[in-house]
Design a protein around this ligand. Sequence first.
Ligand code: HEC
Ligand code: HEC
Length: 277
Amino acid sequence: MPTFYLKSLVVSGILAGFAVATGFQLLSQEPGKAPVAESVGGSEEKRRELSEYMKGRYLFQKHCVDCHGATGRGNGPFAAELETKPRNFRTGMFKFRTTPFGMLPMNDDLRRTIRSGISGTAMPVFSQLRDDEIDALIFYLQNLSRSWRDPALLAAPLAIPSLPGWFTEEKEAVERIAAGKARFAGLCVICHGEEGKGDGQGAGSLMDAWNAPISPANLAAPHHKSGDSPRDLYRTIATGMNGTPMIGYSALLEEKEIWELVAYVRDLGRAPAMTVK
Ligand code: HEC
Ligand code: HEC
């Protein structure tokens, strides 16, 4: 297939320089080894990966570099203006995951973020992109950091249990919300503040892993970055947000205790008359 061969040669030429910069191991060359075109030509699988990578790179340059930067370091031309900085993909740390605290996200987690955007930040909704385009973007992102080759950072998602029955039974819910409030006072108030407005004692001095100041979320606000449903909040509290002081509580709290916190956080966002004092 001469056309394909030609295409892959051109693509490999572009990539040869780029591979060094990204550490794209699959295709990177050591001096004196066979040129990329040859080694790539040797395997159907590698050829497929290369074309997926180039497609992802093209889409990234088209839609993402203004914020995330040409090399994915989070330093695009818009970044300086933004209060919440675009993610630096070189560090391999991701906030929005179904996996335990500290671990890499699943492809579905990245897909959810790219499709739905991040509420309250500049990260847009990319609902216009096709599934295969999002897949290519994800593949590209996963080649921007070596973390993705560290098996110690790969983990299965935590199961999110189904909503307990008491959530919708008003009388019992009131008791559970009170239990959640007490636990919140012990564990969360230091950052999120008495009323969850993000103004706790420790709030003013927090930094994230990318060296930017970070504020605890206002939990009384109607929308949260990682979603507002009870299951979204469960996931956030259980898995935490990598790179921020918001740790995951799945190893510290029981399922029931996390649900009580969820009920309390939901209650914080309601009209004052319904709030447990
Ligand atoms: C207008 C600016 C802007 C553009 C354009 C943009 N992003 Fe973002 N993105 C952000 C900001 C800001 C954040 C950080 C949000 C936060 O940390 O709460 C972010 C975060 C992310 C995250 C991190 C999610 C996590 O779990 O930590 C991913 C993945 C992401 N963007 C992918 C993309 C992709 C892919 C594109 C292009 C298709 C893109 N972004 C385009 C601003 C942007
Ligand atoms: C050490 C400080 C700290 C503690 C303690 C803490 N948080 Fe957070 N929390 C944060 C920060 C900072 C953010 C914002 C992270 C961001 O926007 O990237 C946050 C965000 C959140 C969010 C919003 C997530 C979203 O999707 O936007 C929820 C919900 C939350 N915390 C609940 C809790 C609960 C419940 C507790 C106690 C069990 C708790 N936090 C303890 C610092 C803390």
